[in-house]
Design a protein around this ligand. Structure first.
Ligand code: CP3
Length: 336
């Protein structure tokens, strides 16, 4: 067992493994160099040699306990035959929602379209031995939001649109759940030994809709992953106190907290479920003294609790790579 799985499955509190969401990405000059030459982001995610190189970039620089496969949650809509494009300075832009086309995508077609992702996992797996390899998916709700809204809901989102089109949204949701399970299975078969579920837009749900769109659909995915004996990490971003309800209903193997959550508050409330992350990524843009203070805060709070060091969201592109190295050094030198 590697450090991450040992921390999660055996609830070993002495290890404190570390990895970073978006550890492969724009803050690394070597990523930007590849990205410049590969303007089409989906195509880049389908080039298994480049996927392997990019996934390993942070592993070659830093002493991390896990690699996360370089891919995107929007590969699922792509696999379901909805067009996906990443526009410069805009973010993702999805094509028209053709429900029949999506629902009629069969498993073989989906697997064939996404096979370079699985090939990338196989290639990375061969090159890392002592670290975990994390596969991932978007949660059903977050994928439904992107597929129906067709762009990031950051600036422009109306939940009534989803509620008014209940029959369409339920049909798509069911198909998304199936596709997620399939994508998880293929990633595990290729060598992923941890799966993280990103529910990046769970914060858009009013309290009375969380059960319907967040807890229940995620529970199905978590139960599916558990059948493979692979740990599932859930990240229902922005749901505040409802993290507690989420944990008691979904029972993930590990819960990833965002930076609005008070780590010492949540620690006693999730029934011993291992916790990941929490530190605000913006802290990494401040002076070293402040970074150290904050990292040590997490070390102290979780010294007697199974905890994976990570951030409360992805690494911000402006982060200096040497700061990631600095954080890892603090963690490695901590007193136990
Ligand atoms: O963490 C990793 O290192 C693995 C790679 C990874 C990417 N996306 C690569 C990527 C992971 C785990 C994701 C997940 C993802 N993708 C999420 C969930 C996590 C989160 O951030 O909330 C979401 C919502 C997406 C959708 C997405 N992909 C958006 C909104 C964007 C554009 C804006 C942005 O955040 O960059 C992307 C593009 C994307 N995915 C990039 C990378 C490295 C940037 C590509 C570029 O412009 O160079």
């Amino acid at each position: 067992m590697n450090k991450l799985t040992e921390c999660i499955l055996n609830r070993n509190s002495s290890l404190m493994p570390v990895w970073f969401m978006r550890q492969a990405g724009r803050y690394l000059p070597e990523f930007r160099k590849i990205r410049e030459k590969n303007q089409n982001f989906i195509k880049l995610c389908l080039n298994s040699d480049l996927v392997t190189d990019i996934t390993l970039q942070p592993m070659n620089r830093f002493d991390l306990d896990a690699a996360i496969i370089f891919s995107d949650i929007l590969m699922i809509p792509y696999g379901l035959n909805q067009e996906v494009e990443f526009k410069k300075n805009f973010g993702p832009k999805l094509g028209n929602l053709n429900i029949d086309k999506i629902i009629n995508t069969n498993n073989n077609e989906f697997i064939k379209k996404l096979s370079p992702v699985y090939e990338g996992i196989r290639k990375v797996k061969k090159k890392i031995k002592n670290q975990n390899l994390i596969g991932f998916v978007g949660a059903p709700w977050t994928l439904l939001v992107y597929m129906m809204n067709r762009e990031s809901p950051k600036k422009n989102f109306d939940i009534n649109y989803i509620n008014k089109n209940k029959s369409a949204s339920n049909k798509i949701l069911k198909k998304i759940e199936e596709a997620i399970c399939l994508h998880v299975d293929k990633q595990i078969e290729a060598g992923a030994n941890v799966i993280q579920i990103f529910d990046s837009w769970a914060n858009l749900l009013p309290g009375n809709e969380l059960e319907n769109y967040c807890y229940m659909p995620t529970l199905k995915i978590v139960e599916h992953i558990k059948k493979s004996k692979i740990p599932a990490i859930c990240f229902p971003r922005g749901i505040k106190n409802n993290y507690i309800n989420f944990c008691s209903i979904v029972k993930p193997d590990c819960i990833s907290i965002d930076y609005e959550i008070d780590p010492s508050w949540i620690k006693d409330k999730v029934n011993g479920i291992p916790i990941q992350g929490g530190m605000d990524p913006k802290i990494l843009l401040t002076e070293k003294e402040n970074i150290k203070k904050n990292v040590e805060k997490f070390i102290t709070i979780f010294s007697d609790y199974p905890y994976i060091f990570n951030l409360g969201h992805g690494v911000i592109p402006e982060t200096k790579p040497e700061i990631i190295e600095y954080v890892i050094k603090i963690l490695r030198e901590r007193k136990r």
